[in-house]
Write a protein that binds this ligand. Structure first.
Ligand SMILES: Cc1ncc(COP(=O)(O)O)c(C=O)c1O
Length: 657
């Protein structure tokens, strides 16, 4: 197993003093306990310091002498200088996870401490004391503290205590499976610790996710610090649940929510559960590639102006395809009207740990951010985090809603994986993300070099309506135009899977999206390149690709989605007896959410009026896209049907539009 390496950068503009410090500190590191592999190195200028912090992902802490530093030269060749305070600001802006200590002269103590008070400085040392062993001990303890996983450590402790279990789960550390002629193979396949560590609330020393006071509270607190939140909550049922919990906290029935119509389906489910009055905002559509982009800034600003009574706004950033909003001005406009901002960062949980991805939603001022840690960091599936920066956070209400959605037997392995994912992001996130970015760049170049496949860049992806909205691309999402390769997207995915052992993330009729994560390796990149090159060299003539029909615009919401959803309704077929579109569907009100998947954008939501165009759209999808999932369509025998409100039910409901 690789041992950790932790470099600490000492920054001091006096060569001799610096050399003495580095030597003394390294001597202390060698002679004292050093489990994290701490070693000190030094630089004399701000420029060198910033370069080292950028290039060396093993740097865990900096020790900055309080003096003026050379940063470089300006155009007139005058030396540019920065103070220690400015240098600390630049360092923490670049890598907020680093520990920062200041070396000060005793006589300047008060000034320095005052100036750095609001900065994330972890501590001070008197330069003149030259207490290398003392400094080393403190830095070592600080880095060890950040690398702790309080929950996971306790879980391991408990497993090693090997207590007799008179409690759930029923498999009792795997005893029920071990040695069984029928199911031992599952035990062997999964491994003993999966069962040993599958514990839950029955063990008080492991704390309770419903009322954390011990190691879960501690792990959540450390996650909040790491992700830049006031509070962080671990969710064991994905961001799907996280979104619903926040909605039920912020929105009472009938209260307005501004939302992107292209939001994840959990957001639409959250609307039903909370009883909110949704104001749907149409996202921009890239027709050439069938990709739904962000909502145009103008549409957002207009909606905020028109609905100042809205309680909340939710946006997805980045989108599945990696498009990131310029969030700060949108958040500011919403806050100016007292509207809370929730950002669904399901695909962006790593962003805090590399400057190329920042600002995160919280850094841009959002009140809530939900992240599928499992999608992009090293957590188990379903393990997500809810980060809260809402200054008027109602913890009691949040807790009630959180507990309403959380199993009373959460899988503690998921919580451990969140604890570990946070540790990894803090300790080596920058380094791994730098590698991922480099691999992404390489992959893009390699794909383009096939001259058949082409990676879509930001300008290709952006629909015209959002071209000037300051949108950026997360380069870990690589969308490839496959229209020149001679395969349909389904056939290409099949070929990649069956012949080359490659599973991709998502597709449209002419694109394939690949997801790079901190788990992407150079070997995987090479194998993918090899596969695409072979396919490209196969020289198939490009074929006509059938475009998925465009989703019709939103029509009209006549009733609150919750009211419509809870009506019994009746089933109405999409086709009539002669297999034509059933004209009787038009003007009826839908009771369910109808979502063709992909792309997963609802065509209808509960309470929405069905038009002839929508009925025709559904019919055309059902006829032509046999493989597409059609969530919400009910099959009555072979007849695809939509659940609609009965006229009598409509008469009993309050109309909102
Ligand atoms: C934008 C968005 N939000 C939320 C979710 C749900 O996340 P989870 O799978 O963690 O429940 C997804 C899942 O694909 C998503 O794409």
């Amino acid at each position: 197993m690789a041992k950790p390496v932790s470099r600490i950068l000492v920054i001091n503009d006096e060569h001799l003093v610096l050399r003495e410090f580095v030597k003394g500190l390294n001597a202390a590191a060698r002679s004292l306990d050093n489990p994290l592999g701490i070693a000190f190195s030094g630089v004399t200028t701000a420029k060198e310091a910033l370069a080292a912090i950028e290039s060396d992902g093993d740097i865990q802490a900096v020790l900055v002498d309080d003096t003026l530093y050379t940063l470089g030269k300006n155009n007139g060749s005058r030396r540019l200088q920065v103070s220690a305070l400015e240098l600390v600001q630049r360092i923490t802006r670049f890598r907020p996870e680093l520990s920062v200590y200041i070396l000060i002269a005793q006589e300047k103590e008060d000034d320095v401490v005052d100036a750095l008070f609001t900065e994330s400085v972890d501590g001070y040392f008197y330069r003149e004391e030259r207490d290398y062993r003392g400094i080393y001990r403190i830095l070592n303890a600080q880095i060890q503290e950040r690398a702790r996983t309080p929950f996971t450590d306790q879980l391991k402790n408990y497993v090693w205590m090997a207590k007799d279990q008179w409690h759930t789960p029923g498999h009792s550390s795997g005893e029920s499976l071990r040695g069984s002629p029928w199911v031992n193979d599952f035990y062997e396949f999964m491994g003993e610790h999966v069962f040993d560590a599958d514990l839950s609330v029955s063990v008080p020393m492991l704390d309770s996710l419903m009322e954390p006071k011990g190691v879960i509270a501690e792990a959540q607190h450390m996650a909040a610090q790491a992700f830049g939140a006031r509070r962080t909550f671990f969710a064991t049922n994905g961001t799907s649940t996280a979104n619903k919990v926040i909605f039920q906290t912020l929105l009472a029935p009938g209260e307005k929510l501004l939302l992107d119509r292209n939001c994840h389906k959990s957001v639409h489910h959250g609307v039903v559960l909370s009883g909110a009055h949704p104001i749907y905002l149409d996202s921009a559509l890239n027709r050439k590639y069938g990709l739904y982009g962000p909502v145009p800034k103008n549409t957002l600003f207009a909606a905020i102006r028109k609905h100042p009574d809205a309680q909340a706004l939710i946006l997805t950033s980045c989108t599945y395809d990696g498009l990131r909003y310029d969030l700060a001005p949108i958040v500011a406009a919403a806050h100016a009207k007292g509207i809370k901002v929730i950002v669904d960062e399901a695909w962006y949980g790593f962003a805090r740990f590399h400057p190329d991805f920042r600002p995160t939603a919280l850094e841009a001022g959002a009140d809530y951010a939900t992240q599928s840690t499992h999608k992009v960091l090293s957590a188990f599936s379903q393990a997500s985090m809810i980060h809260v920066n809402d200054p008027t956070f109602n913890e009691h209400l949040f807790r009630e809603n959180f507990n309403m959605h959380t199993s009373t037997s959460p899988q503690y392995g998921l919580i451990a994986s969140l604890d570990v994912a946070r540790k990894q992001a803090v300790m080596e996130g920058y380094k791994l993300l730098s590698r991922t970015l480099a691999l992404g760049k390489e992959l893009r170049e390699q794909i383009n070099s096939t001259r058949v496949f082409r990676v879509l860049e930001l300008e290709d992806l952006l629909p015209d309506e959002v071209k000037h909205d300051g949108i950026r691309l997360d380069p870990t999402k690589v969308t490839v135009d496959i229209s020149g390769c001679g395969y349909t997207v389904d056939d290409l995915q099949k070929e990649l899977f069956e012949r080359y052992n490659i599973q991709t993330e998502k597709s449209t009729f002419n694109t394939l999206t690949l997801l790079l994560t901190i788990g992407t390796t150079r070997s995987k990149v090479s194998r993918l390149y090899d596969a695409l090159m072979r396919i490209a060299r196969g020289g198939k003539a490009p074929r006509r690709l059938v475009r998925t029909p465009e989703i019709p615009g939103f029509t009209k919401l006549r009733y609150l989605p919750r009211d419509a959803y809870y009506c019994g309704g009746e089933l109405m077929p999409v086709f009539d007896d002669k297999e034509r579109v059933n004209r009787a569907l038009a003007r009826r009100v839908c009771a369910d959410q109808i979502v063709p998947y992909p792309p997963g954008v609802p065509v209808l939501v509960p309470g929405q009026v069905i038009t002839r165009a929508i009925a025709e759209y559904l019919a055309s999808l059902l006829r032509s896209q046999k493989r597409m999932e059609m969530h919400g369509i009910v099959l009555e025998g072979y007849q695809p049907c939509v659940r609609v409100l009965k006229p009598a039910e409509e008469r009993g409901l309050h109309r909102i539009g």
